[in-house]
Design a binder for this molecule. Structure first.
Ligand SMILES: [Cu+2]
Length: 371
């Protein structure tokens, strides 16, 4: 009885002393979310309860100078942002979010259009009385920042970035580069404008920064980079996909070599990794289970061959990297979580004995003999 009690106490204690790391790690995002939500609530509370921070001049509602028309405030841009968020969310995750987003966008754009029409009607009614003064530039007392090509460049960069997010590869890198370059340029412009504002404090005259010229060189370089990225991505993707499709079934004669995986009684390289009938086959099979390679000694034909990598660890990513004598990667396999079997295409490996490792768990090692 006492021993039973003691054992149950030990069980409870072991939960804390020897925690289930996998479950704990899975909880980290939830913990982060909780922290962020608490922080947001505290922030909102602080703003809601904050008194007037400055004494003296109070903030005035913005009023347009005489003869300048200012449209009233509108919630539409903010609601449109929410709609766009749902649309993108739906595009990525799928499901109802897409349609909710589309509905929000459509409704908001209708409301926005109505607001614009009402605004136009107000202006049209007063055309004879209010808008009789026509200025060449902005009215006196109104500062208008000069024209800028940055928004267009930013739109182009973000467009490339989104295509990159969808299609991946070099296009993504080019998109990030274009967006960053544009934003940096924008910052430079903003800084120059700020300098002019500071100068205006003394001169009493606010000048615009010099009008920018159309950035032909930047556009040419950007277009060239995008073209190169597309060509590069296509060139890399097409041959690899073709080899996997054609090479798999075409190679079975070469996979007849008997391979005795050490520490595992299962046949490897015979076209039925793990016993699952329709799993993809390779010239040789590497199995990962329990965060170790259960096939630690495998053989493969020299030159080009395929490795069917059978990752049986649910939710744990592994890969197979073949290392040269100097520790450099002769082949770099892509990591993926199990349970899944993927076929790696290995090219141009000379005969010899190599170490292979999992780049996620460097303790996972094995030997591959290429002959
Ligand atoms: Cu691993």
């Amino acid at each position: 009885m006492l021993e039973q009690l003691w054992n149950s106490i030990l069980d409870v204690v072991s939960q804390f002393v020897i925690p289930d790391w996998e479950a704990l790690i899975a909880l980290i995002p939830v913990g982060l979310l909780v922290v962020i939500v608490i922080w947001l609530i505290l922030l909102v509370r602080r703003f809601a309860t904050a008194g007037p921070t400055r004494r003296g001049k109070a903030r005035r509602a913005p009023t347009a100078p005489a003869h300048v028309h200012m449209p009233g405030g509108s919630w539409a841009p903010i609601v449109v942002a929410f709609g766009a968020f749902f649309v993108f969310w739906g595009l990525v995750v799928g499901g109802g979010a897409l349609w909710i987003g589309v509905a929000i966008l459509a409704l908001t754009l209708l409301v926005w259009g109505r607001e614009a029409l009402r605004d136009y009607d107000t202006v049209a009614d007063r055309r004879e009385t209010a808008l009789t003064v026509v200025h060449a530039g902005p009215p006196p007392g109104v500062h208008m920042p000069g024209p800028s090509f940055r928004p267009i460049l930013a739109a182009l960069g973000v467009a490339v970035l989104f295509y990159g997010l969808v299609f991946g590869g070099w296009l993504l890198a080019v998109g990030v580069l274009l967006t960053v370059v544009t934003l940096l340029g924008w910052l430079v412009d903003a800084r120059r404008e700020y300098v002019k504002v500071v100068e205006a404090e003394t001169t009493g005259h606010l000048e615009n920064i010099p009008e920018p010229r159309w950035p032909r060189r930047l556009l040419w370089v950007g277009a060239l980079l995008v073209a190169l990225a597309v060509i590069f991505d296509m060139g890399v993707i097409t041959p690899r996909g073709g080899e996997t499709a054609a090479g798999g079934p075409g190679e079975p004669p070469a996979s007849g070599a008997p391979e005795g995986p050490v520490g595992s009684g299962e046949p490897a390289g015979s076209g039925e990794p793990g016993g699952s009938g329709d799993a993809p086959a390779g010239d040789t099979t590497v199995v990962a289970e329990g965060v170790q390679f259960t096939t630690q000694d495998v053989k493969a034909p020299a030159g080009d061959f395929t490795i069917a990598f059978d990752n049986r660890d649910v939710g744990t990513p592994h890969d197979v990297d073949i290392l040269g004598d100097d520790g450099s990667k002769v082949f770099d396999g892509e990591a993926f979580p199990g349970p899944e079997v993927r076929v790696y295409d290995v090219t141009g490996v000379e005969a010899g004995s190599y170490e292979f490792v999992c780049s996620v768990h460097p303790d996972m090692t094995g030997t591959i003999t290429v002959e």
